[in-house]
Design a protein around this ligand. Structure first.
Ligand code: 5GP
Ligand code: ZN
Length: 324
């Protein structure tokens, strides 16, 4: 598989090409440093890494600080496995918007004969996954997905808030260490009225920003658009920006000359999940929802990029903010 992050540039457009090449070089340099300094371990597939003790130490501190910052929410804690039933995945409409990022689980359901055919194909050095059958399970792409099917058909008028952390899988292989195929988000989700959902998102943006800045990261909060698939997707992305549904907390991991990277996001779903999952507030209106997502690996790697790969040498204020 070719791994490309950039649209092909016209030959005349050398400045753009130079900048893209410089960005690729910066990404490769950070990746090489994280591997050489024993922060990450290459698993031989782009965007999949093993993690060492030093990574885990910072990652755990980031997660704990995120939880402390949302303590006043008194959110209900929920944890889910990294896979979700196909039926639940269906109701999120994810496949309509992001078919290229979705991934499903397959299993072997054949008999001895099919197994022999599989082994023969394998022996010939051929791909054998086509002998597996879809298992009605999808890898979870966003950790808040399972909650909407679990709250029943009514939430109280003041809404309900949830603390959810888990695995996300998005099939976008890349050599950029900021883009992983398997990563974790810590989400703080609210399901309630239009006003309480909006207040959840907007009221917490300043505290999220302050938290990330306390880690010694330069942060900008910008309106964002998701990489919706295809031509219809371009329209959805424009809508998302025009209606200011999503904000991202971005930091210039690769320096001021390149696009900063989103390390967290604040999303308003309006009635999207309320409608799909049939959730109403006590007054009978369709529930609205919002979620705040801390991208745990991205924050952790942004910290290594900004302060170096030895946390013991990081500025005192940063270590204090992280309780490291
Ligand atoms: P979103 O649902 O907004 O796309 O993702 C929420 C957060 O998860 C992002 O702000 C980001 O921090 C993190 N995230 C999204 N995609 C990736 C990715 O490919 N790799 C990593 N490490 N984190 C990601
Ligand atoms: Zn979410």
């Amino acid at each position: 598989m070719t791994i490309t992050e950039h649209p092909t540039t016209a030959p005349a457009d050398t400045a753009v090409a130079d900048s893209a090449a410089a960005l690729d070089a910066a990404r490769a340099a950070l990746r090489a440093r994280l591997l050489a300094d024993g922060v990450l371990i290459d698993l031989g597939s782009p965007g999949l890494y093993g993690r060492t003790g030093v990574f885990e130490r910072v990652y755990t501190a980031v997660d704990a600080a995120a939880v402390r910052s949302q303590h006043d929410l008194d959110a209900e804690v929920l944890r889910f496995p990294p896979v979700e039933p196909l039926a639940a995945f269906e109701r999120t409409d994810y496949i309509a918007s992001f078919p290229d990022l979705a991934a499903s689980i397959s299993g072997f359901t054949g008999d001895d004969r099919t197994h022999r055919a599989l082994l023969a194909a394998r022996e010939r050095g051929e791909r054998w996954e086509s002998f597996l059958q879809p298992a009605d399970l999808m890898l979870t792409p966003a950790v808040c997905h399972p909650v909407y099917g679990l709250v029943g058909d009514t939430v109280p008028q003041e809404g309900r808030s949830f603390d959810i952390v888990g695995d996300s899988f998005r099939r976008e292989p890349s050599l950029d260490p900021m883009r992983l195929q398997a990563f974790h988000m810590h989400e703080f989700v609210h399901i309630g009225t239009p006003a309480s959902a909006e207040a959840h998102r907007d009221g917490r943006i300043p505290m999220m920003r302050a938290l990330l800045e306390s880690f010694g990261l330069a942060i900008d909060v910008v309106p964002a658009n998701d990489p919706f698939f295809g031509r219809v997707g371009q329209m959805l992305a424009r809508n998302q920006v025009e209606q200011s549904l999503k904000f991202e907390f971005v930091t210039p991991v690769y320096g001021p000359d390149h696009e900063p990277t989103a390390i967290s996001s604040a999303n308003l779903h309006e009635d999207h999940f309320g409608t799909s999952f049939g959730i109403r507030t006590a007054d009978g209106a369709v529930a609205h929802s919002a979620c705040l997502a801390f991208g745990l690996e991205r924050i952790t790697i942004a910290l290594f990029a900004a302060h170096g790969t030895d946390p013991d040498t990081w500025p005192t204020e940063v270590r204090t903010a992280l309780a490291l």
